[in-house]
Design a protein around this ligand. Structure first.
Ligand code: F6R
Length: 244
């Protein structure tokens, strides 16, 4: 696993945005996998600034988000669709037809999961999957468990995950949906290239376990150790528990 350290979040976001611009220049129809959460916000705004300066072109790119809450419409201000609209989609020239997010109001969630997997396959698979990481080691909404799901699936959210998403629901974690649809571990691991970004002291322990610990479903991100082309981009605090 390649580990890259940055002095602060801003430098990390700028570097990664530059790499995404380069990947798009080399392959304009790039297929990107995208996370929500606090961590990628700076990156998304940086991509927006680069687009405003004519430095990046998403016209032919396709995106697949990792996950979406179940039971709220995409127009709900707490939905991940709304989050993406606010922080990225409204700032760059992605074609709406090539933006993909699981449908959290599908009448048949299992069929929606199967449709999402097929859509990823039909797009040729994910070229570059961006990831954040939960303090409990989750990626997407693949929560620590005895067994992990391979493909896009319906998942019950842990109390800690609902707590960390409370800000999207007026600070009230009871308003956070109890379930979500998420790409599975195989969906993520099939991406040709993966970049996981982590910033802040709260991520130091799970990053230490991800890099130095065993591969275990108790820390879903530990499976990334088996991927051929994965890079961790960390700020100094997130890297602070790593062996020198
Ligand atoms: C959300 C997602 C999650 C987040 C993780 C970290 O789409 O995939 O796995 O990446 O919960 O969230 P933040 O960045 O808010 O710490």
């Amino acid at each position: 696993m390649k580990v890259s350290l940055f002095k602060d979040e801003r430098t990390l976001a700028r570097t990664l945005a530059g790499q995404i611009a380069q990947a798009l220049a080399e392959k304009p129809d790039l297929v990107l996998g995208l996370p929500t959460g606090r961590t990628p916000i700076r990156l998304y705004h940086e991509l927006g600034s680069m687009h405003a300066k004519g430095q990046i072109d998403f016209a032919r790119a396709t995106t697949f988000n990792l996950d979406e809450f179940l039971g709220i419409p995409s127009s709900h201000p707490g939905s991940y669709r709304s989050f993406m609209q606010q922080h990225l989609f409204s700032r760059v020239n992605l074609s709406p037809q090539r933006i993909n997010i699981p449908n959290g109001t599908a009448s048949d969630p299992a069929a929606e999961c199967a449709r999402y997997e097929r859509a990823i396959a039909d797009a040729g698979g994910i070229d570059l999957q961006l990831l954040g990481i939960g303090t409990n080691g989750h990626i997407g909404f693949n929560e620590p468990a005895r067994e992990l799901a391979g493909t896009t699936h319906r998942v019950a959210l842990k109390a800690s995950t609902r707590h960390s998403n409370a800000a999207l629901f007026g600070g009230d974690e009871r308003q956070v949906p109890e379930e979500a649809l998420s790409m599975g571990m195989a969906t993520i691991m099939h991406a040709r290239r993966i970049v996981l970004i982590a910033t802040g002291k709260s991520k130091a322990r799970c990053i230490q376990r991800l890099v130095h610990g065993p591969i275990t479903p108790k820390l879903p991100a530990s499976f990334l150790q088996m991927h051929r082309r994965v890079e961790l981009m960390l700020d100094e605090t997130a890297a602070s528990a790593l062996d020198a």
